[in-house]
Ligand binder design. Structure first.
Ligand code: IVH
Length: 667
């Protein structure tokens, strides 16, 4: 790679890692395995080390991911919450051991622990009472999730015993036991509700729920593995952990004290053998220097302590039979192959499907019908096929062929130069694409129109919707007689469509479903250009000049508006009254009428959706939080609001206002 190419690669890796950080920490919906994430991070750190001229202080390599969620209040960590350096190789663990010995030549006692695979939490106790629970956030500031955490029974609200310092911070991992996870999902299935993808996502999603009584229903637990404070009883980790157990914390029984590297390796091997029999997920072993004096002498790098390292278990693999390959079309027309597999147990769950990404992957695997395939599941997300067992292949079996025609509308597929994916080019005639675009248009973060997938399907099949603009000419009297519709639901739909006209321009732009124009990009474009007309006439250079807009996005935006059909669609959407001009808030705040005021929204509303109310608070300089505290100024109360919130607001003497009061306040 020449320098130019290296720079490009660094930028690409940073973008990818930022995206995956967001998926993992904010959305709790990882797209790739920990292993693949670590590979990307390793490549980036090694390139940045080799080419210091490309150093950037905001590179994902220089920070701990973020799980900040705007809904929660935030607070600073008294001690930053760092992460651990990771390794998949025992040689590197031996190197770590040698490095430590060099700095601290006397015998270094280590402590080996399980690396719990949940979500970390920092608990502060003052005078023995739990006062605050913070998520990791960006390591410096975290979300205040105290109410949610209090629902976890194994976390003490008040400490017992002696020698309790005035202030301590206990850190640990919140997790969902496997047994609890299965039971919970079973019950959800019986109720016809969505299930949790895996225990880790279950834990991460639960502590971010807005409603702590819903958290209480989730089977969560916690292990404490780190105690911090100015006046701890002992000068080493293990004794303080033992003391913490006396105070009422739940600590692991499987901690091993090791003063030889052989003991460390023995613990790693033992744990690897045991890990699938435990009632919780672990993804490795953490090795820590026990003595605080040693820790002080070893110190920290920018984001990890030099006194600890995590050995991560390699992703597990199993062999199973490929039953079939099916092809799915997305809203952009991209066709994705998915493998159906003979169900097999892998890392505690049953695997039936695996992603195949694209045609190139099918080819490079040399996948044949009925092959025995090795499936890997890192971080317990959608598994993938990593190789095939060609030796057990039947001589007459045929290679898996990528389809040539769209599985829905049968149009011949095309492949753009330089792209891995095949597309169905029949944008205007392929039902799956048309419905997919409509579903995107009405989705919560786009136009937030209250209609289920089945409703869109019904309206489409009955000829009421040919494109998204048709939504705005639906008439109650025509649709209320459709099967499953009634007067009330038709009315609700029409009202919800009408209300969507209030959405700000950046949401309309996002809702259009232009390739690569996600929520953030739509906001940036709206802010920079101020209107759809300006975006439509912008040149590539002008587009690229906007914050965060690269060539790929610029090209896609121009392609979209090159199409006469899309220009016509925009005109129709303008005519029905959708906002195509950014309001004041896209460039600056609408007003500062709510400055310094903190709001909690609860219940359902008639004029605006909750999403829009939150935006309005933001636009007028106020702050929106999810839970009521003494710092809340107003409770914006809608219909059917939770009685607990109301009661708490009353207790704390917080002013309760209606949607009308709020509208008056901002007008
Ligand atoms: S000690 C300075 N001990 O692993 C870091 N962490 O990347 C101190 N974790 O975010 C962390 N089990 O959520 C420690 N026994 C254990 C752990 C553990 C799981 C997680 C923790 C942290 C991540 C480190």
């Amino acid at each position: 790679m020449d320098t130019q190419q290296t720079y490009k690669r660094i930028i690409y890796l940073r973008e990818e890692l930022n995206k995956h950080n967001h998926q993992y920490y904010v959305l709790a919906k990882p797209l790739i395995s920990d292993f693949d994430y670590d590979l990307l991070m390793m490549e980036l750190t090694s390139l940045e080390k080799k080419y210091p001229e490309f150093t950037d202080t905001s590179s994902p390599s220089s920070r701990v991911g973020s799980d900040l969620n705007k809904e929660f209040e935030q607070a600073s960590h008294r001690w930053p919450m760092l992460s651990l350096s990771n390794s998949y190789s025992k040689d590197e663990i031996a190197e770590f051991y040698q490095r430590v010995k060099k700095s601290v030549p006397e015998t270094v006692p280590f402590v080996c622990e399980y690396k719990f695979d949940g979500v970390s939490i920092s608990l502060t106790y003052k005078k023995g009472k739990l006062v605050e629970a913070l998520t990791r956030g960006d390591g410096i500031v975290g979300d205040v999730v105290t109410d949610n955490i209090k629902t976890i029974k194994s976390i003490p609200l008040e400490l017992q015993g002696n020698e309790i310092p005035d202030e301590i911070t206990a850190r640990g991992e919140i997790y969902m036991p496997r047994s609890g996870f299965y039971k919970y999902n079973e019950q959800r299935l019986l109720n016809g509700e969505d299930t949790l993808a895996n225990p880790r996502n279950g834990a991460a999603g639960s502590i971010k729920l807005q409603n702590s009584s819903a958290v209480a229903k989730r089977p969560l637990d916690c292990y404490i593995y780190f105690i911090l404070g100015d006046q701890l009883p002992f000068n080493n980790h293990l004794d303080n952990l033992k003391k913490a157990k006396e105070w009422g914390f739940r600590t692991s029984d499987t901690i091993k004290y090791c003063d030889k590297i052989e003991d460390v390796f023995a613990f790693i091997d033992e744990t690897a053998n045991k890990k699938n029999t435990l009632d919780y997920d672990i993804d490795g072993v953490v090795i820590k220097a026990d003595s605080y004096d040693h820790r002080e002498r070893l110190g920290f790098t920018a984001k990890t302590p030099r006194w600890a390292i995590a050995y991560k278990f390699p992703a597990e693999q199993v062999c199973t039979k490929l039953l079939s390959v099916v092809f799915q079309v997305g809203r952009t027309g991209a066709v994705t192959p998915v493998a159906n597999l003979e169900p097999v147990q892998l890392a505690g769950t049953s695997v039936k499907r695996a992603t195949l990404h694209n045609a190139d992957q099918i080819k490079s695997l040399d996948l044949h019908e009925g092959d025995m395939v090795y499936v890997e599941k890192g971080g317990e997300i959608i598994p993938k096929i990593i190789r095939v067992e060609a030796s057990s292949r039947h001589a007459i079996s045929k290679p898996v062929a990528f389809i040539e025609n769209c599985p829905d509308c049968h149009t011949a597929l095309i492949r753009n130069e330089g792209e891995a994916a095949y597309y169905c080019p029949n944008e205007d005639g392929c039902p799956t694409q048309i419905k997919g675009k409509m579903e995107h248009f009405i989705s919560r973060k786009a136009m937030n129109i209250n209609a289920a997938e089945a409703t869109i399907d019904l309206l489409y099949t009955n000829g009421f919707l040919k494109n998204i603009a048709d939504l705005y000419s639906l008439e109650k009297s025509k649709i209320e007689h459709l099967e499953r519709f009634g007067s009330k639901s038709a009315q609700n739909l029409i009202e919800s469509i009408e209300a969507s006209k209030e959405n700000p321009f950046h949401r309309v732009l996002f809702a259009l479903g232009i390739r690569y124009v996600g929520e953030t990009v739509a906001k940036k474009l709206a802010q920079h250009f101020g209107s759809i007309d300006n975006i439509m006439k912008a040149t590539t250079d002008e587009l690229i000049a906007a914050d965060e807009i690269g060539e790929r996005i610029a090209e896609s935006v121009q392609d979209f508006f090159k199409s006469e059909k899309n220009v016509l669609l925009i005109q129709k959407l303008k005519d029905v009254g959708l906002k195509m001009i950014a309001e004041a808030k896209d460039s600056s705040q609408s007003s500062n009428k709510l400055e310094g005021k903190s709001y909690v929204i609860s219940g359902t509303f008639t004029r605006y959706s909750r999403e829009r109310l939150k935006e309005l608070i933001d636009e007028h300089g106020g702050k929106n939080t999810s839970s009521i505290s003494s710092k809340t100024d107003f409770l914006l109360a809608g219909d059917d609001m939770g009685p607990k919130k109301l009661e708490k607001a009353k207790q704390l003497g917080i002013k309760i206002i209606s949607e009308m009061d709020f509208i008056k306040a901002i007008e």
